[in-house]
Design a protein around this ligand. Structure first.
Ligand code: G6P
Ligand code: MN
Length: 445
């Protein structure tokens, strides 16, 4: 089984490889091809993987290339985790929006739109190449904004592209634990768009236990989302939102906290990771130790940072290790071995949410088997959630249209229609600001 990782020089790739090393089952991945545009980053990560594999018998063989077509040929799975514009781009996405007084965040609001506008054309090119060179491959998309990017790719790959995110799994796991249940045995009634979903029920042994949680302020206040949103607000909502909804429900506080932070998250990661890749230029450096140290620092600041500023709250050990690599592995196993399982994934709606068309990519529990991911029926969203989902999907559609036509006017429309951008004039200035700093947006005319 051959797995191609796009963004193969990325800092999180050792997490994925670590998960593969733990998989001893039949039909496991035996060959990993790393692809990246940057040969220096590729060689740094390749060295980390070599050290990871050193003590493991039958470790998957690793090769690296900067040639995309070569990387894709013969792949059974393509894992896409690219960051167009790098962390410098992410820092600029944050900075330009915050300077306008609106949310500057990796995937939400103006920052997410800017990121989407420069990522969609690249993702579409990848999808077209996969369709040509590896038509039988399954594409697992982790590239953010994951829902939007998956939808862009699905226009060329249909249901052979599946988007993943670790946040709904983490949320379900935390709720199940608070309720004293085993997360693996819980059925989570969750739906929405990526980073815009709600848990409306959590069934253990055939009984919905969420009402018990919502009725108990002590239990509610005891876990990350309870602290983040507050007991009163969760009781008013009657659902537990994905942590990213904090940026909507507490937007003013989130923007202010981000404006006051010494460094944005993107700027922090940019500086920290630059240090790691710099260190790797020394051929004698211990790659795995340097990577581990950088990761530990990253996680420590995640905790410290989020206690003071808006955003995700405290995280448990599983969340800190990422978690998305586990979702990716579970998905690959279910498809490759026809081991049926249920995962919350980003797939085409078909008829799941009746307010959206069949092609709209949504985030929803899916049954996964050798035939791919099949969304399950869920209860309709309440009106306020439907309103947000429809508004944000409309914005995503404008982003897709702008990426296809290269129209600046359409890009302005995408920003202006977003619920977290409060004036058309702000949207116009955002397009000016972003096109000034992002070479990847030069296509907008
Ligand atoms: C979670 C989200 C990802 C996001 C990441 C940011 O894992 O699901 O979509 O990219 O957080 O984490 P970072 O450490 O890069 O700020
Ligand atoms: Mn995510």
């Amino acid at each position: 089984m051959k797995l191609t990782i796009l963004g193969g020089g990325g800092f999180r790739v050792p997490l994925v490889y670590g998960a593969l090393l733990g998989d001893r089952g039949e039909g496991r991945v035996t060959e990993v091809v790393l692809h990246d545009l940057d040969a220096g980053r590729l060689s740094a990560v390749t060295r980390v993987l070599a050290e990871q594999a050193a003590q493991v018998a039958d470790a998957p063989e690793v090769t690296a290339t900067t040639d995309l077509d070569e990387a894709l040929r013969g792949a059974d799975f393509v894992f896409s985790a690219i960051r167009v514009g790098g962390l410098e781009g992410r820092a600029n996405d944050e900075r330009v929006a915050l300077a306008e007084g609106v949310l500057g965040q990796e995937t939400v609001g103006a920052g997410g739109i800017a990121y989407g506008l420069r990522t969609v054309p690249v993702a579409v090119d990848i999808a077209q190449r996969v369709a040509r060179l590896a038509p039988d491959a399954w594409v697992i998309n982790f590239t953010n904004p994951a829902g939007l990017v998956t939808e862009a790719m699905s226009r060329h790959l249909g249901d052979r592209v599946i988007g993943i995110c670790d946040s709904p799994v983490g949320l379900g796991r935390r709720i199940a634990r608070v309720l004293g249940g085993n997360p693996k045995e819980a059925w989570i009634d969750y739906v929405g768009l990526n980073h815009l979903g709600w848990v409306r029920g959590l069934h253990i042994a055939g009984r919905d236990e969420l009402p018990r949680l919502l009725a108990d302020p002590d239990l509610l206040g005891s876990f990350e989302e309870g602290k983040l949103f507050g007991v009163d607000w969760l009781q008013s909502l009657g659902a537990i939102p994905n942590e990213y909804l904090h940026y909507y429900y507490f937007n003013r506080e989130a923007v202010r906290a981000y404006q006051q932070a010494e460094k944005t998250r993107g700027a922090f990661l940019r500086d920290q990771q630059a240090h790691f890749y710099e260190e790797m230029r020394n051929p004698d450096a211990h790659a795995l130790a340097a990577w581990d140290r950088t990761r530990a620092e990253r996680e420590a600041t995640y905790m410290a940072e989020n206690r003071e500023t808006a955003g995700a709250g405290e995280r448990d050990a599983d969340d800190l290790s990422g978690g998305y690599e586990k979702v990716a592995l579970a998905l690959m196993r279910a498809i490759a071995r026809d081991e049926r399982t249920t995962l919350i994934l980003n797939v085409r709606n078909r008829g799941t949410l009746s307010v959206l068309d069949t092609e709209a990519v949504i985030e929803v529990p899916c049954l996964v088997d050798a035939n791919g991911a099949h969304p399950v029926a869920v209860a309709p969203l309440p009106d306020h959630a439907t309103g947000l989902v429809c508004a944000v999907k409309a914005v995503e559609r404008e982003v897709l249209a702008a990426a296809e036509s290269g129209s600046r006017t359409t890009a302005v429309k995408a920003f202006a229609l977003h619920p977290l951008v409060d004036s058309v004039n702000v949207a116009r200035r955002l397009v000016e600001g972003y096109t000034d700093v992002h070479p990847g947006l030069a296509y907008l005319r």
